[in-house]
Design a protein around this ligand. Structure first.
Ligand SMILES: Cc1cc2nc3c(=O)[nH]c(=O)nc-3n(C[C@H](O)[C@H](O)[C@H](O)COP(=O)(O)OP(=O)(O)OC[C@H]3O[C@@H](n4cnc5c(N)ncnc54)[C@H](O)[C@@H]3O)c2cc1C
Length: 460
């Protein structure tokens, strides 16, 4: 990148917010995966106007723009793998701009940490349900860009279900505002829907307007332990077909549980085949209790070895601490892990869990399976050592088989993490050539020079 561009960026942002030392570039060169890359420069804008000027400059200079929130992504979407370019990191745009209690909405800059947004709206009795396990270290803009999910999305829906409006900087620097506070809007194409989940390839989201709901006042949480994987996974369907809609219904297999217990010492039983965490919530204490009791009965009927109801807020929060610490706990077991987020029709979960175990046995590498089983979203994590070439070869084959398994039962590659780079080789198989061509035309219309996160989401 020539010095003129750096100077121009410094004029737009001030010298302190344009970083290009080797150390700075390394720090912004990775995400939650093992992928790494190096951009030419990192910029930290504070306003939509600065973002617009940076993107317009990049467009004129034909430079890649890799938008970045907190870099917690699990698809290498914010890793600068193109040749050089500008990392546009939005973490300084971290202000909550308005909480409108009457209309139950929140307007925030894209760099606000998800947990901070949740805490702010809860203070006034409102609730923003989407809860990726990374809530404390992901941005709301990154959540919208990936259409993030989480345990509560079974009952409440994913990030995209809460997006009412977006401010988006387009590839030529124009600022697009779409949506408003109305709950209904069919005026024109659904541009909120188009940019949600677009992973920084169609525009830079600088501001979000989100719908909120009333805060549930009561929650009941249970842990059901099983000696059989099949019994645990078939309980998921039994609960949901009985008409109970828990807020969360999470699945963890033995590898995952043993790993959490060795890291957290929470008293989990490590000799089980699998466990479910079930949570019901709502505004009426008795209904919430009735629902969890009905779910507990079903667990027992389906063969659970034991079912424990959390008796205090501490017990409840320990269960969630266990679930949320899965990723760091797994990192203790092996130098590398490759976690996917295949999503399958719920009825296929038992069959898919068994198939994943067979893949693990076939290649001799452990797969820890956990996930948001209630919405069919499973996270098989292959544990391996990337320094061993034979292991990496196996991992590539195992991932291909995981995806094939999901597609063969009518499922999909990703329920929440997105495509990024890691799922690119499989996307055409999942979507078909007609869909890929339509998506290429959308990309071309919005980013004709291919500067926005090039090489991500769509195969060349
Ligand atoms: C331990 C752990 C647990 C996780 N659990 C979950 C989970 O339960 N559910 C879930 O859905 N995900 C989960 N994730 C994945 C990740 O946290 C989410 O994808 C999150 O939405 C990414 O937010 P971020 O701010 O870190 O974005 P980044 O990683 O910085 O970026 C992710 C992608 O979004 C694009 N992007 C970021 N900000 C913007 C913006 N403002 N405008 C346009 N494009 C943008 C980037 O270019 C990139 O393609 C987890 C990750 C970790 C490490």
């Amino acid at each position: 990148m020539n010095n003129q561009v750096i100077k121009h960026l410094e004029t737009i942002l001030g010298r302190d917010y344009v970083l290009h030392t080797v150390e700075d570039l390394a720090v912004y060169g990775y995400d939650g995966t093992f992928a790494e890359g190096k951009a030419d420069v990192v910029v930290l804008p504070e306003t939509t106007e600065q973002v617009s000027l940076v993107v317009a400059l990049a467009n004129e200079s034909r430079l890649p723009v890799i938008t970045r929130g907190m870099g917690s992504g699990l698809a290498a979407g914010s890793v600068p793998l193109a040749n050089g370019g500008i990392i546009l990191c939005l973490t300084r745009m971290n202000h909550i701009l308005e909480i409108d209690r009457e209309n139950a909405t929140v307007r925030a800059e894209a760099g606000v940490i998800t947990a901070d947004l949740q805490a702010a709206v809860e203070k006034v009795g409102l609730f923003y349900p989407p809860d990726p396990s990374s809530i404390k270290h992901s941005t709301i803009g990154g959540n919208v860009a990936c259409n993030a999910g989480g345990p509560r999305c079974l009952k409440y829906g994913v990030t995209g279900d809460y997006v009412l409006g977006l401010t988006v900087v387009l590839a030529d620097g124009q600022v697009l505002k779409c949506g408003q506070k109305t709950l209904k809007d069919v005026t024109g194409y659904d541009l909120n829907g188009l940019f949600t989940g677009s992973e920084g390839t169609l525009g830079v989201i600088t501001e979000v307007l989100l719908r909120l709901v009333a805060r549930p006042l009561y929650a009941q949480t249970a842990l059901a332990d099983y000696d059989s994987l099949l019994e645990a996974s078939s309980t998921v369907n039994a609960i949901l077909t009985a008409g109970i809609v828990p807020a969360s219904l999470e699945f963890m297999d033995q590898t995952a549980i043993a790993c959490i217990e060795s890291a957290m010492h929470l008293g989990l039983q490590t000799d089980v085949a699998a466990s479910l965490i079930i949570e019901t919530d709502g505004t009426d204490a008795q209904t919430v209790l009735n629902e969890i009791e009905a779910a507990v009965k079903i667990c027992k009927k389906k063969g659970a070895r034991s079912v424990k109801l959390a008796r205090s807020e501490i017990e409840r929060s320990n269960l969630w601490k266990a679930r949320r610490s899965m990723a760091p706990a797994l990192a203790r077991l092996s130098p590398n892990k490759l976690g996917e987020d295949i999503t399958v029709p719920r009825s296929a979960i038992p069959q898919v869990v068994q198939k994943l175990r067979q893949i693990s046995d076939k290649y001799g590498l452990p797969i820890a399976i956990f996930g948001h089983a209630g919405d069919g979203n499973l996270h098989p994590n292959i544990l391996f050592d990337k320094r061993q070439p034979d292991q990496w070869e196996k991992v590539e084959k195992m991932v291909a088989e995981e995806f094939e398994t999901a597609i063969s039962v009518g499922g999909t590659l990703s329920g929440e993490h997105g495509v990024g780079v890691l799922k690119l080789p499989y996307i055409e198989r999942a979507l078909g050539s007609v869909s890929i061509n339509v998506q290429r035309q959308i990309k071309k219309a919005l980013d004709p020079l291919n500067i926005l996160n090039p090489g991500k989401m769509l195969p060349n």
